[in-house]
Design a protein around this ligand. Structure first.
Ligand SMILES: Nc1nc2c(c(CN[C@H]3C=C[C@H](O)[C@@H]3O)cn2[C@@H]2O[C@H](COP(=O)(O)O)[C@@H](O)[C@H]2O)c(=O)[nH]1
Length: 306
């Protein structure tokens, strides 16, 4: 995750469309006043949890599909989390590695009880197959074995996932530099940590190394807080709901500057209050605030990464 932090900082210091505003950071940190409002993991009560390996399998499938809901205005992350939860409650073998390799688009839709094609449905199906195949080939079919092989290190888990599952390789080339964002791999580590309350499958000695998860909600919240400033052309595109292509300078800057800005907020909180907060905690607070806001305008990119 050092790669994520370093490459995000590189983008933030070379950016053309997004600025990280130090006065905005100062204000946001003063408003927090040393303690990040605590948001419980699963505050919405939508996730499956049985305190065992099946939960790990559920979370890995969930985060394999945790991207790009916005093209269907009625669809959100909640539908995915609760749809997969209902599916596993109904049939404990639904996410077995062999079955993951066989789902078709209509079957995935049926599993989620979604009445029409999902956004990027073909890609979702392809990624499910990839997860099933590689879990079977290298991890005895179980995401729990993948997690157990990481020696309680979230950084090792993210690296192992990126090595084995191409669909999780969330990186880009920006102004000639490789930039690592790893949103879904990192959120999987954070989901384990949150669900298992830092114990068992959720115990990571380096949870502090995880950055925020650069999606389309957090940048919009940071902008609302005055932490991020956009060029007028970028602001115009977002306001007009114009699509921003994946891998463009604008898109990479939105995501990387969000990571960098929250790392700066963390440093400032430490400096002002002496408290060591986690990016995971800041992320959950920012994200939960964002999804509850009716007026949040976010950027629109067709991406399998977030
Ligand atoms: N930064 C960040 N992004 C997150 C999440 C989560 C869910 N985490 C769960 C885990 C524990 C908690 O209880 C949460 O419920 C989803 N997303 C992203 O948001 C977008 C979905 O937006 P909308 O279309 O409005 O549903 C999409 O890019 C999705 O990938 C997070 O935690 N942090």
């Amino acid at each position: 995750m050092e790669e994520v932090r370093l490459s995000a900082a590189w983008v933030a210091t070379h950016s053309s469309h997004v600025t990280v505003d130090s006065t905005g950071i100062e204000r946001a940190v003063d408003a927090i006043n040393g303690s990040v409002p605590k948001v419980e993991w699963d505050f919405e009560g939508i996730h499956y949890f049985d305190n065992g390996p099946l939960t790990v399998q559920y979370l890995f499938v969930l985060d394999a599909l945790n991207f790009c809901f916005w093209p269907d205005k009625d669809l959100s992350y909640d539908h995915l989390a609760s749809g997969l939860k209902a599916a596993i409650q109904n049939d404990k073998s639904v996410f077995n590695a062999d079955r993951l390799q066989t789902y078709t688009g209509p079957q995935l839709r049926e599993l989620l009880k979604w009445p029409r094609p999902l956004p990027l449905e073909d890609e979702r199906v392809r990624l499910l197959h990839e997860v099933g195949l590689e879990l079977e080939r290298s991890f005895g079919g179980k995401a729990a074995n993948l997690v157990e092989s990481c020696g309680k290190s979230a950084a090792s888990l993210v690296a192992l996932i990126a090595r084995h599952f191409p669909g999780f390789r969330d990186h880009s080339v920006y102004k000639g530099h490789q930039v690592f964002l790893y949103k879904r791999a990192q959120i999987f580590a954070a989901d384990l940590w949150g669900a298992f309350k830092g114990q068992g499958y959720g115990e990571f000695n380096d949870i502090g190394a995880v950055t925020i998860f650069a999606d389309y909600i957090v940048p919009a919240v940071l902008r609302q807080l005055g932490v991020l400033k956009y060029s007028s052309s970028l602001a115009g595109k977002i306001e007009a709901n114009k699509e921003i292509d994946s891998g463009t300078e604008e898109e990479v800057e939105l995501r990387a500057c969000s990571i960098y800005a929250v790392e700066k907020m963390r440093d400032l909180i430490k400096m002002k209050s002496g408290k060591q907060v986690l990016s995971v905690e800041l992320d959950l607070w920012l994200w939960s605030f964002g999804i509850q806001s009716q007026s949040l305008l976010h950027h629109r990119t067709l991406s399998i990464y977030y």
